[in-house]
Ligand binder design. Structure first.
Ligand code: BJW
Ligand code: ZN
Length: 231
């Protein structure tokens, strides 16, 4: 049976009240990437970075999954083949919406990581500077997210899924950040049908065979219903 691999980005959570990064009113309009989303920025000013992620962790805890997250969960339940979500998002809205197979390639707000020993544990609602690692006791706790210059998580599994995909969809992502922006080419090279679902065309829109534009809460449920009727 056909396997569907879905890449999601900030746009799928926008209507749940989570900010995107590169839209006009996005996070990068108010914060410098190099200050809050690089290991060098964290080393320079850990308080600024912890504050940035604490605020987003609190916002994420208050957010609810929307019709797009719920439609993808329905797809996974009803589709006769495999459905894999690869998300760049650090919120847990796919899981809250009912999806089971979710790979968080850029980590999660729910996690803490020790930059000294690599130990991982559940983050408290607010992390503080110099918080100690429960494993090695170093004052080196950081949010378990992937910053620029770091290697995203689950890459081996993701490339295997892309190789096996019959349908590849990208939802609510600008195509500005690699390696995620190159997944469409990988899937296409292996013969997958590719579809972009987005509010506005991404930077890699020309790599997709099919495009659908509009708010995720409208176009994702419509796409899912079409797939389920065809499938
Ligand atoms: C809606 C909507 C609605 C809005 N409905 N849609 C030169 C060339 C190529 C690559 C590089 C290069 N120089 C450096 C690199 C690599 C670098 C990179 O990509 N840089 C670019 C700036 C060029 N990448 C890395 O460093 C990555 N690591 C890496 O490459 O390691 C090497 C390696 C890879 C693989 C194997 C082995 C080795 C790491 C990247 C880490 C990115 N981290 C962040 C922060 C994570 C933590 C956090 O959340 O704070 O990830 S940055 C930020 O961008 C976040 C996002 O996940 C990511 C992508 O953003 P996203 O989701 O696309 O959001 P937006 O805001 O950009 O777009 C929103 C979209 O939604 C838009 O299209 C809207 O239209 C749409 N939308 N409302 C539907 N209602
Ligand atoms: Zn440690």
């Amino acid at each position: 049976m056909d396997k569907i691999v879905i890449l999601t980005g900030a746009g799928i959570s926008a209507e749940s009240g989570m900010g995107t990064f590169r839209d006009e009113d996005g996070l990068w309009a108010r914060h410098r990437i190099e200050d809050v989303a690089t290991p060098e920025g964290f080393a320079r000013d850990p308080a600024l970075v912890q504050g940035f992620y604490n605020a987003r962790r609190i916002a994420a805890a208050q957010a609810a999954p929307n019709a797009a997250h719920e439609a993808l969960a329905r797809l996974e339940t009803k589709w006769p083949g495999e459905v894999v979500i690869v998300t760049q998002n650090v919120d847990s809205l796919h899981e809250a919406g009912g999806s089971q197979t979710v790979l968080h390639m850029h980590g999660t707000l729910a996690g803490a990581l020790c930059s000294a020993c690599g130990h991982r544990w559940t983050a408290p609602p607010e992390m503080s500077v110099g918080e100690r690692c429960p494993s090695c006791n170093a004052p080196a706790a950081r949010p378990d997210v992937v910053w620029f210059g770091e290697i995203p998580y689950h890459m081996e599994d993701i490339y295997t899924h892309l190789t096996e995909a019959d349908i590849f969809a990208a939802i609510g992502t600008s195509g500005e950040v690699y390696p995620a922006a190159a997944f469409v080419r990988e899937a296409c090279a292996q013969g997958a049908h590719t579809v972009e679902l987005n509010l506005a065309p991404s930077s890699v829109v020309s790599d997709f065979a099919e495009t659908r534009f509009g708010p995720a809460t409208q176009i994702v449920p419509d796409w899912v219903e079409e797939l389920l009727q065809q499938g």
